[in-house]
Design a protein around this ligand. Sequence first.
Ligand code: 5AD
Ligand code: SF4
Length: 437
Amino acid sequence: MTKTFQIKSFGCQMNVYDGERMAELLSAEGMTPAAAGAEADVVVLNTCHIREKAAEKAYSEVGRLTREDGSKPVIALAGCVAQAEGEEARRRSKAIDLVVGPQAYHRLPAMLREVESGARPVDTDLPSLDKFAALPRRRRAGVSAFLSVQEGCDKFCTYCVVPYTRGAEVSRPMADLLEEAAQLVEGGTRELTLLGQNVNAWEDGSADFASLIHRIADLEGLERIRYTTSHPINMGEALIEAHRDCAKLMPYLHLPVQAGSDRILKAMNRHHTAEDYLRVLDKVRAARPDIAISGDFIVGFPGETEEDFAATLGIVRQVGYASAFTFKYSARPGTPAATMDGQVPEAVKDERLQRLQALVAEQSRAFNASKVGETTRILIDRVGRKPGQMIGKSPWLQSVFVETEAGIGDMVEVRLTGALPNSLSGELVTKEQQQAA
Ligand code: 5AD
Ligand code: SF4
């Protein structure tokens, strides 16, 4: 009997990518994805460990998988909680049948066979890049697909678990990436998002990240390139120039700064000041004036005073973000910040988070509104809810609703007509209008 599987990914886009590769791997073993709503024989929980709630969510997810009669699917704990907890995860929940870290998931089929013979295997080795060679080739992927180019992190920001759960910073070789990118484009992908914890630190011998972008841009049939996440200290001149020179590179940059106070940035071990960050953005905007900037922020880092927090609000005002992800500091066991003096009370974090989110929401709305009246190309990636309505992405990563007969994967020209808090509406620009213009 063919076994069915379900993969549930939490957290970052790297997990989404890993989830897709695990699905391909299990499919290559003859397993099939469970139908929507149906119970799968094997459930892979591809977890995130970056903040407390995400890990708790994974454990409660494990609990929910046990059915009323006490039976349950085979449960594989994967991702960063698996990496961080290892053996402990198995102890914490009897329902977990196997534990596999983010660098070891190519062993998932073998581990499932071990489960069948009664074992509860754990593999949290961190052998860099081994898994990629062991994964099947890419076939059908979405219109917009992720490509993992760099994994791990050597930066050791004092709040962050990533250097521990994902291991050291490792770049995949250029040749492998060009091959995987070509496979994806052949399978129908029009937009590639290059992924890495510090994607702009990617390198292969003398080739830097900008040259990787240029090489991928040469792929015929690929329309758009994006990348995430970047560290300010790796925003080199060549990459900034690529935003001016590479037409396929979209005008969107996710560049986290985390905080606006230099004292806090130092305690975070970020290796840059607020001023350094602003200087980088000035250069990026000079190269590509319409670029949308997004960021990540942590409020309530140990020792953060009201004055420090005011500096965070200040830098947000100075930058003018198209979007931003805002987080309350969460002490992660084993990280240096977890044991620092001056842990901020939860109520203070809550209050600061609300003020920051209000400011960011106002900026997002303003950014969306600033695009109304512009004509741009969108990449259709979803069917809308209303009849005849399709949803696509603008170059600035906004969702745009439009009535069109075009299908998923098509690029259409639209005039942006209205701004909602999280999306835009648009009207198709017809051929006649284009000619008249
Ligand atoms: N607490 C809160 N936010 C965190 N992040 C990383 N670690 C923590 C933590 N311990 C945030 C950072 C990072 C994003 C992916 O998650 O802003 O950029
Ligand atoms: Fe974590 Fe900092 Fe590395 Fe980003 S750069 S993954 S925040 S340690």
